[in-house]
Ligand binder design. Structure first.
Ligand code: AHR
Length: 497
């Protein structure tokens, strides 16, 4: 494939928040994941130091919490201070120990060095409860909630800038789900109260790609919003856990950016694209496995809805399919960085996350190395590119559709603070090596290639088993028209510096 680019045709400077993450009170993400006071690997605050270090290495820029479905019946006031009781989490139908609340979450964010991003309860919660939360976190000492924070030992405000009003309140599965008209009004009233407490906050609201829902939401509350929140899990295996295989996953990469395109179109039609940005604040190839949890079938047992959740933590299932897909979506986020300002991989620890914890340490799954590659080796200025002679791949989707897709997926970047360019090029082909002819007019001489791949499409990482990592090679000095080989099922960052 011949690649063309123009160093002066800039799509945008991508926010580092495109590489954000999400953590929820679900299964072992918090308890037994990042927060494990009983572990010998925990620090004085109960956080797993190995997990913190792994999160710092991929420079987690923002961490969304506490949910997800969990938040739609969560009351933050019961989870601060010294007098706390375990509570029954009605979303996931399990007792929450309630030892991890707002103050512990802020401590976690400070240790990682990331922005907090709190999703509020718009299910059973109220505009007042949400704005009280902002008082607790952001007012210095005015009013009972800021004084409560001080009494709990936090003299300085938590300075939470990013807040989401609700989580998927459009969905039948969500506690406190609402029709669009009611939703727009609740968002407006909640946003009004939050902004009255702290006008420096940036607010998002739960939305989706449905034009009618979003139209009503934005007409009612667009003036109060800075973000619109959308989610996507392509392999929807919440009930079945029947993983799409490599070929089926490649089919998911076809039109991978449709949600962004649809929401962008609506924002532009409403002339809001300069005011409201997209927060893709939950995404992952794989839906989380939690069968039967949203059903109300009489007499359903924990064997049917609770115990199967352990199957999310089978590391052998997170292969090059997950890594290749993740890279393709990160490319799509970069290509749309003019309107997508935040994205949160869901989740970061355990379940479908890129970091798995066990009693003696952690496993960095294949997707972790993709984040490492993009965060640490790619530029921040995204350039316009076009290509000739793109190789193709014939695949069959999980639904049996036959598709012809591009075999390569790429984005070209440069740095805002130094010369050179960096290309992220994904070879989706399971079997064939492909080549790319580098663009002309590039300042830089040395070519270095950083590649994430395993021996096969089924390669994975597990305890005492590492197949997928970043490998560095140096193809040599740059020459115009230089050809670089891309191995099958690989994710590559090629730097010309
Ligand atoms: O499967 C996890 C759930 O997916 C999250 O809690 C929710 O936000 C989304 O529906």
């Amino acid at each position: 494939m011949k690649l063309h680019t123009n160093l002066n045709r800039v799509i945008g400077i991508r926010s580092q928040m495109l590489y954000g993450h999400f953590i929820e009170h679900f299964h072992r993400q918090i308890y037994g994941g990042v927060y494990d006071p009983g572990s010998p690997l925990a620090d004085e605050d109960g956080f797993r130091t190995d997990v913190i270090e792994a999160m710092k290495k991929i420079k987690v820029p923002i961490l969304r919490w506490p949910g997800g479905c969990f938040v739609s019946s969560y009351h933050w006031k019961a989870a601060v201070g010294k007098e706390r009781q375990p509570f029954f989490d009605k979303a996931w139908r399990v007792e929450d120990p309630n030892t991890f609340g707002t103050d512990e979450y802020i401590r976690l964010c400070r240790k990682i060095g990331c922005e907090p991003y709190i999703c509020t309860n718009a299910g059973t919660g109220t505009a007042e409860e949400m704005s009280d939360w902002v008082e607790y976190c952001n007012l210095r000492e005015e009013g009972r909630y800021a004084r409560w924070r001080i009494a709990n030992g936090y003299e300085e405000p938590h300075k939470v800038r990013y807040w989401s009003i609700g989580n998927e309140n459009y969905g039948y599965w969500e506690i406190g789900a609402k029709p669009s008209g009611e939703w727009g009004r609740l968002v407006k009233e909640s946003a009004k109260m939050i902004k009255h407490v702290d006008p420096t906050t940036e607010l998002s609201a739960a939305a989706l790609t449905d034009i009618h829902w979003n139209l009503e939401l934005l007409e009612e509350s667009g003036d109060f919003l800075d973000w619109i929140s959308i989610h996507e899990y392509w392999d929807g295996i919440h009930q079945t856990n029947d993983y799409a295989d490599y070929e089926q996953v490649m089919a998911y990469t076809h039109d991978i950016g449709h949600s962004i395109r649809e929401v962008r179109g609506l924002l532009e039609a409403l002339k809001l694209e300069k005011k409201i940005r997209i927060a893709f604040d939950e995404w992952n190839l794989r839906g989380w496995y939690h069968p039967n949890v949203h059903t109300v079938r009489q007499g359903i047992t924990k064997e049917e809805y609770l115990y199967p959740r352990d199957k999310n933590d089978d590391n052998t299932e997170y292969t090059m399919a997950d890594a290749v897909f993740t890279a393709c979506f990160l490319n799509e986020l970069n290509r749309n960085c003019d309107i997508v300002g935040m994205a949160n991989f869901a989740p970061i620890v355990n379940t479908r996350g890129c970091i798995f914890t066990h009693s003696e340490g952690i496993v960095l799954r294949s997707t972790y190395h993709v984040f490492d590659l993009y965060v640490n080796y790619l530029g921040d200025v995204v350039l316009d590119t076009w290509s000739e002679e793109m190789p193709t791949l014939e695949v069959t989707s999980k639904k049996g559709e036959k598709l012809v897709i591009d075999a390569l997926d790429l984005v070209v970047t440069k740095w805002s603070d130094r010369p050179g360019i960096a290309l992220a090029v994904v070879n989706k082909d399971p079997d064939r090596t492909h080549s790319i002819t580098l663009p002309l007019e590039v300042s830089g001489s040395r070519v270095m290639k950083y590649t994430v791949r395993g021996n096969s499409i089924e390669s994975y990482n597990d305890v005492d088993h590492e197949e997928v990592r970043i490998e560095k090679t140096e193809p040599g000095m740059y020459e115009e028209g230089m050809e670089i080989m891309l191995e099958a099922h690989s994710i590559n960052v090629i730097q010309i510096v």
